[in-house]
Design a protein around this ligand. Structure first.
Ligand SMILES: [Zn+2]
Length: 393
């Protein structure tokens, strides 16, 4: 999970929401669920899509894109970053729906060369071998919908792709901490009375203060995402402690936590069922920790162990890496470069022969970046999104 799309987040936050009133006044729907409805079918979504479609259409035919492509994109490779190919997920910045995904891939294969990450890394020093305007397709995290939904489409269209696996989650029923946190906060926000007390919820004082501050000073639907962003500054241990405290708080108020979730990630059998050599597996660490917050010994273990596990379980070589949440520094990059042949970030932009192969830019794709007026794939919106993401710093 990694999309740090400030544009997307802003989009999400610009939706009208019930403010703190939702939190204090009972008998209203759970704010985050309410927000989902607004995002997925509301009038404002249609309005935004209409405006974007019109702008995208003019952008495509005005010649700006042709000019940009000719002079700025020339000799570059576009690495696309997908997360989930599914219909519903709490973080809409990470999902593309099945139909738009398929149409998007069809458009890409008809319009551009698609190369594998293996080919890109093998030819990085012989850039002239790489066809102009090539695309590389990547998936982060190893969600189950990669196997169930994306893979059959990739296979049918013969599109190469690399999936970055978080080995600790393969075959497990775990959730990423962001999703777990969302589930817990939805329940805590729904149980408004419990939060009106002065009890501390989280045992780490500064995190507890921040949660109170976010709840009191943010619109209800912003709470989860603001709190997630804040927690990303802490070590994985502290994040897990925070989640454990939230669970204890709910249990202490006799609020039952739903643990009967379906398995959200691929398992080893599913991965081994995929035989195409053009579908490759890369490493996304063992526990998806934000590596820049951790000690060197932990970082080394996360980086090396995941490669060993994937190679043992699949019998395939693992030579590509992807930084969880996109966070890295020189020390981390050095460890990665001693173990792998490439590494992807979440920094937005194209890749050129002058790029650092251990800090590859990508363009994160989600539904809003590809869907046109009627919710189907639009090459105009897709093209405009690529352009906007490539100039975003
Ligand atoms: Zn990730």
């Amino acid at each position: 999970m990694a999309l740090r799309g400030s544009v997307l987040l802003r989009d999400r936050l610009e939706n009208p929401r019930e403010g703190l009133s939702t939190f204090f006044y009972p008998h209203k729907p759970t704010p985050l669920h309410q927000d989902k409805t607004i995002l997925q079918g509301g009038f404002l979504l249609s309005l935004r899509r209409s405006t974007k479609s019109v702008v995208a259409f003019f952008f495509y035919y005005s010649g700006i894109f042709a000019f940009y492509k000719r002079f700025f994109m020339k000799g570059t490779v576009t690495i696309l970053m997908f997360h989930r190919v599914t219909e519903v997920f709490f973080d809409v910045s990470l999902l593309v729906k099945r139909k738009t995904f398929e149409e998007c891939l069809k458009y890409i294969t008809q319009s551009y060369p698609v190369i594998s990450m293996d080919f890109l890394s093998q030819n990085f020093d012989k850039w002239e071998n790489i066809p102009d305007d090539s695309f590389v397709i990547t998936f982060d995290d190893g969600w189950i919908d990669f196997h169930d939904t994306a893979y059959p489409i990739l296979s049918r269209l013969k599109v190469p792709a690399t999936v970055y696996l978080t080995t600790g989650f393969v075959s497990s029923k775990c959730s990423y901490w962001q999703e777990r946190l969302n589930d817990l906060l939805v329940q805590i926000l729904a149980g408004k009375k419990t939060l009106r007390t002065k009890d501390s919820i989280i045992s780490i004082l500064e995190i507890n203060l921040k949660l109170r501050d976010v709840i009191l000073n943010s619109k209800a639907t912003e709470v989860t995402f603001k709190f997630i962003d804040y927690l990303k500054e802490f070590t994985h241990d502290k994040i897990l402690k925070t989640i454990a405290d939230l669970e204890m708080f709910l249990e202490g108020h006799s609020i039952k936590i739903d643990n009967n979730k379906e398995r959200p990630f691929v398992n080893w059998d599913e991965l081994n069922h995929i035989k195409e050599p053009d579908i490759s597996y890369g490493s996304h660490t063992v526990n998806h920790m934000i590596l820049t917050n951790e000690q060197t010994d932990v970082v080394e273990k996360e980086i090396r162990k995941s490669k060993e596990i994937i190679e043992k379980e699949t019998g395939r070589d693992v030579i590509h890496f992807c930084y969880p949440n996109g966070n890295y520094n020189d020390e981390i990059k050095k460890i990665v470069s001693g173990t792998y042949k490439s590494a992807c970030t979440t920094n937005s932009g194209f890749v050129s022969k002058d790029s650092d192969i251990y800090a590859l830019n990508r363009i994160g794709i989600n539904e809003e970046m590809v869907a046109g007026l009627r919710g189907n794939f639009s090459k105009y919106v897709f093209t405009l999104s690529l352009f906007l993401e490539s100039i975003r710093k």
